[in-house]
Design a protein around this ligand. Structure first.
Ligand code: AHR
Length: 494
C-alpha cells in the first residue's frame, strides 16, 4: 500500500468557517416537526420539554445545531404566523401544505416554541417568510412582533405571550423557491415583489439580514439583474442543492456510489458559479453572501419526481440514511470549507426524519444516522480558520481522481483534519504533514462493512464512530483508513 500524504498549509488560512454553515432546516413536512421534534401527546414514555422530545433535544444540542431555518420550505409560503401564537388550545387548525402533502396542523409549534427550541439548542433562528400567499405587511408584522423593543401593540402582544425581551431574529427569508411552490414567479416579477417586501422590512428592522430567493444560474443572473439600484436590499442569495442521481437508497451499484460523491462535490462548483454571478451583478461592489439553505441527498424512494423516482406510497419524504450518504455529506463539507469566504450559511435538509436527517424517531425510539456522526466529527471545524490542503499519493478512483481527499482547519492551538477515503475497496495509509509543533493527536473513524449500512430502531449503533490510533512519525502523524471511511484527527500544538 502506498503512502498518502495530506499536507496542511497552516501559514495561509483561506478564511473563517462561519458557524452558520453548520445550520439545519426544520419544516412542517412529514414527521419532521410533528412526531420528530414534538411527539404525539398520547405516546407513553416520551419525555418532553416545552413539547419537544427530550431525547431529540439532547442529541441535537450535542451535534451542535448552530442555526435553524423554519417553518419551510414550501410550507413557508402558506404560513401565517398569527396562527401559531397565543394559548395552544386556541390556535387555528390550518391546512398544512408542503410538497403535495396536506395535513391538519394545530400550530402547536409556533413562533414562541421555535424560539425556545433555538435557545435550548444554542441555534440562531432563521425565519422563512411567506411571499407566495401573503403580503409585505404580514411579514413586517412578524418581524415587528419578534424584534421590536418598543411598546407597540405587536411588541406588547409578544410580551403578553411570554417573551419580555425581543427575539432579535437576524435572518429573514423573503419567500422560498418562489420560482416554484412559492408562487411560480418568473425571476423579474419575483425581484420586483422582493423589493416591495424588503424595502418595508428594512424600515421595521434595519439590522435584519434579508435573503433573496435564488435558483438556477439563469434565474440568479436575472433576479439579481432586476434588483438594479435596489441591490442594497439583498444580504444573501438563497440556493438549494439536492443530490438526486445516486440511484436507490440502499440497493445502489458501485457506479452510483461514486456518482453520488461526484454530485455532492459538484455543490462547490455551483457555489463558485453563484459567486461569479453575484460578482458580475454587483460589479464586485456589494458583498452578498450565499445562503445554501437546503442541501443533501434526496433518494428516489422519497420523491415523486426526478431521475429514477420510485416513491414509497403514501409518500412521507423519509428515506434510508447510510454510510454512503454520510460520506457524500463529508465530501460537500470539504467544498463548504474551501468556499468559506462566500458561503454565508448552509442548512442540511432536514433536521429529523425527513430526507437526509441526522436524527430519526419511531414513537418512543430515537437513533442517530451515519450523517449525524459525520457532522459531529466536523464540530471541530465550526468557527475555525479553513486551511489549504494538498493530497498526494492516494490510490486512484476507477474513473480517475484521488481516492483520498481532506479538509483542515485551525482553532486555538489545535489543527483539525478530516480525511475521506472515498475508495470503495482500497484501504489507505495516511500521513498528515506540515503541522509544526504538534504535541499529540487523537483520531475518530467512521466506517461500516458495507456502504449501504445504516442505523435503525432495532440496531441504533450499527454504524458508529470509533477511536482511531494515530502515531507520531517524525513531524508527521500516521494512521490507517479502511476503504469507504472518514476520519477526523485533532492535533494539539505548542
Ligand atoms: O425539503 C423539502 C422541500 O424541498 C422544501 O419544502 C422545498 O423548499 C424544496 O423543494
Amino acid at each position: 500500500m502506498s503512502l498518502t500524504t495530506v499536507t496542511i498549509d497552516t501559514e495561509h488560512p483561506i478564511g473563517t468557517i462561519n458557524p452558520r454553515v453548520y445550520g439545519h432546516f426544520a419544516e412542517h413536512l412529514g414527521r419532521c416537526c410533528y412526531d420528530g421534534l414534538r411527539p404525539d401527546a398520547a405516546w407513553p414514555n416520551v419525555p418532553t420539554q416545552m413539547g419537544f422530545r427530550t431525547d431529540v433535544l439532547e442529541a441535537l444540542r450535542a451535534l451542535p445545531v448552530t442555526m435553524l431555518r423554519w417553518p419551510g420550505g414550501c410550507y413557508a409560503d402558506h404560513y401565517h404566523w398569527r396562527d401559531g401564537i397565543g394559548a395552544p388550545e386556541q390556535r387555528t387548525r390550518t391546512l398544512g401544505m408542503s410538497c403535495g402533502l396536506q395535513v391538519e396542523d394545530d400550530n402547536a409549534l409556533g413562533t414562541h416554541e421555535f424560539m425556545w427550541l433555538c435557545n435550548y439548542l444554542g441555534a440562531e433562528p432563521y425565519l422563512a417568510g411567506n411571499v407566495g400567499s401573503s403580503t409585505p405587511q404580514e411579514l413586517c408584522d412578524w418581524m415587528e412582533y419578534c424584534n421590536t423593543p418598543l411598546n407597540t401593540t405587536l411588541g406588547a402582544q409578544r410580551r403578553a405571550n411570554g417573551a419580555a425581551t425581543p427575539f432579535g431574529v437576524k435572518l429573514w427569508g423573503v419567500g422560498n423557491e418562489n420560482w416554484g411552490c412559492g408562487g411560480e414567479f418568473d425571476a423579474v416579477s419575483y425581484a420586483h415583489e422582493y423589493r416591495r417586501f424588503a424595502s418595508n422590512l428594512r424600515h421595521v428592522d434595519a439590522t435584519a439580514e434579508l435573503i433573496l430567493c435564488g435558483h438556477t444560474d439563469e434565474w440568479n443572473a436575472k433576479v439579481l439583474g432586476a434588483m438594479g439600484p435596489q441591490m442594497h436590499l439583498v444580504d444573501h442569495l438563497s440556493i438549494h442543492r439536492y443530490w438526486i442521481e445516486g440511484g436507490p437508497e440502499t440497493a445502489f451499484a458501485e457506479g452510483a456510489y461514486y456518482h453520488l460523491l461526484d454530485e455532492a462535490e459538484a455543490t462547490e462548483a455551483f457555489i463558485q458559479r453563484t459567486t461569479a454571478i453575484i460578482d458580475d451583478a454587483t460589479g464586485g461592489k456589494r458583498r452578498i453572501g450565499i445562503a445554501l439553505d437546503e442541501w443533501g441527498v434526496w433518494h428516489p424512494e422519497a420523491r415523486p419526481w426526478g431521475p429514477d423516482a420510485n416513491p414509497r406510497m403514501p409518500i412521507t419524504y423519509e428515506q434510508a440514511n447510510t454510510l454512503r450518504d454520510a460520506l457524500a455529506a463529508a465530501v460537500a463539507l470539504e467544498g463548504f470549507h474551501r468556499q468559506c469566504n462566500v458561503l454565508a450559511l448552509a442548512n442540511l435538509a432536514q433536521i429529523v426524519n425527513v430526507l437526509q436527517a441526522p436524527v430519526m424517531t419511531e414513537q418512543a425510539q430515537m437513533w442517530l444516522t451515519p450523517t449525524y456522526h459525520v457532522l459531529r466529527m466536523h464540530t471541530v471545524h465550526i468557527g475555525a480558520q479553513a486551511l489549504p490542503v494538498v493530497v498526494d499519493g492516494a490510490a486512484s478512483l476507477p474513473a480517475g481522481g484521488s481516492g483520498v481527499s481532506a479538509t483542515a482547519s485551525a482553532q486555538g492551538n489545535g489543527v483539525a483534519v478530516t480525511v475521506i477515503n472515498r475508495h470503495l475497496s482500497a484501504s489507505a495509509e495516511v500521513a498528515i504533514a506540515g503541522i509544526a509543533g504538534g504535541v499529540g493527536a487523537t483520531g475518530t473513524l467512521l466506517t461500516a462493512g458495507n456502504l449501504a449500512d445504516g442505523n435503525s430502531a432495532a440496531a441504533p449503533d450499527a454504524v458508529a464512530p470509533a477511536a482511531l490510533a494515530v502515531h507520531a512519525d517524525g513531524g508527521n502523524w500516521r494512521f490507517q483508513m479502511p476503504a469507504h471511511s472518514v476520519a477526523t484527527i485533532v492535533i494539539g500544538r505548542t
